[in-house]
Design a protein around this ligand. Sequence first.
Ligand code: SAH
Ligand code: SF4
Length: 391
Amino acid sequence: MNAPLKSLDLSFSNRPDTSGPIPLAGLTRQQLRDVLIEHAGVEEKKAKMRAEQLWRWIYHFGVQSFDEMTNVSKDLRKVLSETFTLARAEIVERLVSVDGTRKYLIRFAPGVEAETVFIPDVGKSGALCVSSQVGCTLNCTFCHTGTQKLVRNLTAAEIAQQVMIARDDLGEWPTSNEDRQITNIVFMGMGEPLYNLDHVSDAIDVISDGDGIAIGRRRITVSTSGVVPKMTELGERTKAMLAISLHATNDPLRDELVPLNKKYNIETLMDAIRAYPDLSNAKRVTFEYVMLKGVNDSPAEARALVKLLKGVPSKINLIPFNPWPNSPYECSDWETIETFADIVNRAGYASPIRTPRGRDIFAACGQLKSESVKMRASEKRKLERGEASSG
Ligand code: SAH
Ligand code: SF4
């Protein structure tokens, strides 16, 4: 093969093509420095300082115009605005629930759409649920994303932009604004984060940086279905909190619900969890357990769960199953969930049931996109029939 011409690596960019201004929102410090040198003619020795200046405007103040960058010379601002953009990806759907949950469907490129959900908690805190991939290669049988093919991994910039977009919408700039509600980030949207670890890790660097968005690493949780070989690396690179989608306490059932279990069984998974860096009572693993009627919800299974987690600093999150069209399961009855929760509670795990949020806007992580697509289709049909939109 001939020596390749030096071509620009735009793999971090979210541009559907290479025309038009380069988006800066979501880039890492290194990427910012690189694009300033390559595209704005900034000298190498000054690039670091310039990147620092821009970093603060982009991630602390959340500005969307270069004119606001008052400590940057007019001439450079002109070059920047001709070369780059501070715009975010497009929100194609935004729904606000009566309980304050907000759901966004974001289009990063044609056919590349992912969902982000803001889940308010008590008081001023709340979690933003972000996606790491569009679709998923795994096929957990209770998960709607699992029925969708993987479209592609999201880039670090696209993941970080989900946080920026939600902050724009909630009016949370600058970071020093004390009324901020997004205090935690959970990677529990679409996709398997550990199959996109490089970008997830870079995105966490951006989101947690103290001079910018400043959401601490202890407030960032990455959920995995159990990609054992990547778990230690996740802990070492990101220092994030770990969540495990367990859902079953024996291999035959977990093989069925989370097919990845055939590759990394429960014993292997538990070993990897015990080896997770810095695990302690202050840094517990969250075990997610979806409540499926007649499948995994018996008192015996609750006891098996307690037994399995013995000695592992853990929290348990019981998730009422959120049904989707033609899903092969039903959510357990409330009484069954309470009985299960009681057993788990008595073993020392506090308030483990995750209350369903934003049901009116289909806001359960992992199934928003499909519902939105369906809703848009039904809205369209209504319009075609000449009926008024229900909004
Ligand atoms: N792929 C990762 C992260 C995304 S899924 C993982 O599997 O952990 C985030 C969480 O939502 C997982 O615990 C998943 O099991 C859960 N989930 C998926 N579909 C669900 C549904 N229909 N009802 C309730 N929880 C669901
Ligand atoms: Fe993928 Fe997680 Fe859904 Fe399983 S539960 S299909 S790993 S998104």
